[in-house]
Design a protein around this ligand. Structure first.
Ligand SMILES: [Zn+2]
Ligand SMILES: [Zn+2]
Ligand SMILES: [Zn+2]
Ligand SMILES: [Zn+2]
Ligand SMILES: [Zn+2]
Ligand SMILES: [Zn+2]
Ligand SMILES: [Zn+2]
Length: 591
């Protein structure tokens, strides 16, 4: 940190240089030469900043900064996802410095001015770019309360540029130039008065300290604040630095704390313009960037919140516990051990675990004549039931499916996961297979698709419960459209459900059995039977096709929700885009 402080003090002395330039300019009655300006920028930002500018704004806009700071050439291109980053206490400084450097280089302004502008725009660089487009550099800076030295009236008029000595307008002392400080606005006061002003401001929690002159909007130079405070109130200087760092987390719409509990100590920064997105912190926690709840797409934040509130309602849970699945033939309670939802009772009866209805033993779902149970049928609720009970029955329909797919996810993650990993290792090391076939990526990918689509399915029931339950206000004129969209959605959900079960079964057959995996450490790899080449070819073909289908169906469901269903609601809602591999993995930012 010591070297950083020195660095900041460097800016401070540099500002004094700039003042001298100002005097020189006044005497010569000419603007500083452009080359001088270009050097100045180079000194501040360095090559790294320019690289970051290109990186963060990749494709969005490319600024080419010419030696003359007032002329920018802007090229527009398509937007691209910059990727998310995980920020720790150690890398917070770096993260903030990146954004500061970007803006300092883009606009050729000083660090405290860049910070004021960024705080004004809640650290959204794309917001600054838009604003730049609309207003131009001068007006954008003025609107954010930033006073530039190069065009402040006092400095250019020269009326109060101190020569030799200066009088402080607070304590009315006449002091030598090395005991006074001038801010961007040209207002000059003695260092003692400034120090007390900074001390009071930091004490009251301010990170953007304004000039002492009445009604002057200029933000004081950070380097000056730090250096003066450090001399008399070192604790306050430290607190000021902490405020500045924390602003990056508190005033920043692109950064949020990872909501993991216990807290992992990281904050996540997402790419420009991403609000409805899901990210995975390096600690393993996946969350919705908009509402900071656990990832929940394709269910919108508001619905997810309602669903969770309802789910913890003890009355409902009691009712559901009393209504667990029992065999349609022998009526004994059924326990499920795998992820698959075609279950066989001890008595030999096959049933669909989702609805409890009897089915044939054929697993290929399409061959079970007319078996379809993802829709809630109002008529089956029966006329004799009172409304409350009917509502509960409707809720149970959705809640059951939500929980069962969630349970399948857990099994497919915890038990099938290691089995799939083992099969991948076998495939990659099987010397009996032709070299080109010693690859298990397709299997890993398919398993990931399965996990993601299980969650999509599970959450789709939470969404459907509210979307079609009449509880959310829909546009009255769109009732017919809602009916059509509901059918489309339920068809998609049904197809997705069938193919997910199918994929689950194929993967389960291809990976070693669960009990073998549990004591894998004791079983040498050679003892687990290898797959004959023909079998690998067949399984790969089936798996890849199914995984592709599942991916397409998930994508279609997200599209249906975002484009067909959500626009029918009075309250606007949005969902994160579908990502076949799950939430974007935030990369740890180097300190
Ligand atoms: Zn004074
Ligand atoms: Zn001022
Ligand atoms: Zn975390
Ligand atoms: Zn959310
Ligand atoms: Zn039975
Ligand atoms: Zn069923
Ligand atoms: Zn299928």
């Amino acid at each position: 940190m010591a070297s950083d402080d020195e660095d900041e003090c460097g800016y401070f002395y540099d500002d004094e240089d700039a003042d001298e330039d100002g005097v020189a300019a006044f005497e010569d009655d000419a603007a500083p030469p452009p080359e001088r300006r270009a050097d100045y920028t180079g000194f501040r930002g360095g090559g790294i900043g320019a690289g970051i500018a290109a990186d963060r704004l990749c494709g969005l806009r490319i600024f080419v900064c010419t030696p003359n700071p007032s002329s920018f050439q802007i090229r527009k291109g398509g937007r691209c996802y910059a990727g998310s980053a995980a920020i720790t206490q150690e890398s917070l400084y770096t993260a903030q410095k990146q954004d500061l450097s970007t803006v300092m280089n883009l606009l050729n302004i000083k660090q405290h001015q860049a910070r004021a502008l960024l705080i004004h725009h809640r650290w959204k660089i794309d917001g600054i770019c838009d604003c730049f487009d609309r207003k131009g550099r001068e007006r954008m800076l003025r609107d954010a309360g930033i006073v530039l030295q190069e065009n402040n009236s006092l400095a250019s008029g020269g009326s109060r540029i101190p020569v030799g000595s200066a009088k402080c307008n607070v304590c009315f002392e006449e002091l030598p130039l090395n005991s006074v400080s001038t801010m961007d606005c040209g207002h000059c006061f003695c260092n003692d008065c400034w120090t007390e002003h900074f001390n009071t401001s930091v004490k009251s929690g301010k990170k953007q300290i304004q000039c002492m002159e009445v009604k002057c909007p200029a933000i004081c130079d950070e380097g000056t604040v730090r250096c003066l405070l450090f001399g008399k109130y070192p604790e306050m200087a430290k607190r000021f630095d902490r405020f500045l760092l924390e602003s990056y987390l508190e005033d920043n719409d692109s950064v949020k704390w990872c909501p993991s509990a216990p807290h992992c100590g990281r904050a996540i920064r997402v790419g420009a313009g991403e609000r409805y997105c899901e990210v995975e912190c390096p600690c393993g926690f996946s969350f919705c960037f908009n509402c900071a709840a656990q990832a929940h797409s394709p269910c919108p934040c508001i619905i997810w919140d309602k669903w969770n509130a309802k789910n913890t309602d003890s009355e409902n849970i009691k009712w559901i516990l009393n209504n667990t699945k029992s065999c349609p033939k022998c009526f004994k309670p059924i326990e499920k051990d795998g992820g698959c939802n075609l279950v066989r009772c001890k008595c030999g009866q096959y049933l669909c675990y989702l609805c409890g209805g009897p089915t044939g033993q054929e697993h290929t779902w399409s061959s079970i004549a007319g078996h379809s149970c993802n829709r809630f049928k109002e008529e089956t609720a029966g006329k004799s039931l009172d409304t409350k009970r009917q509502q509960l029955q409707r809720y149970t329909h959705y809640c059951d499916r939500f929980k069962i797919h969630g349970g399948s996810y857990k099994v497919e993650m915890e038990k099938m996961g290691p089995a799939v990993a083992q099969r991948v290792r076998l495939l990659e090391s099987d010397l009996n297979l032709p070299f080109a076939m010693r690859d298990g990526d397709w299997l890993t990918r398919a398993h990931r698709r399965l996990l993601v689509s299980r969650q999509v399915l599970s959450r789709s029931y939470a969404f459907a419960f509210y979307m079609f339950g009449g509880e959310l206000r829909t546009r009255p004129a769109d009732q017919a459209t809602l009916g059509v969209a509901k059918n489309l959605f339920e068809d998609q959900q049904e197809r997705l459900e069938h193919h997910v079960e199918h994929l689950s079964k194929v993967l389960n057959a291809g990976a070693p059995a669960v009990h073998q995996v549990e004591n894998l450490s004791k079983v040498p790899v050679a003892h687990v039977p290898a797959m004959p080449e023909a079998e690998v070819v067949r399984m790969k073909q089936e798996t890849v096709t199914l995984a592709k289908t599942v991916e397409t169906l998930c994508g279609e469901m997200y599209k249906c929700i975002q484009d067909e269903l959500l626009p029918l609601l009075v309250e606007p809602m949005s969902i994160a885009a579908y990502r076949p591999d799950g939430p974007d993995k935030a990369k740890e930012l180097a300190a």
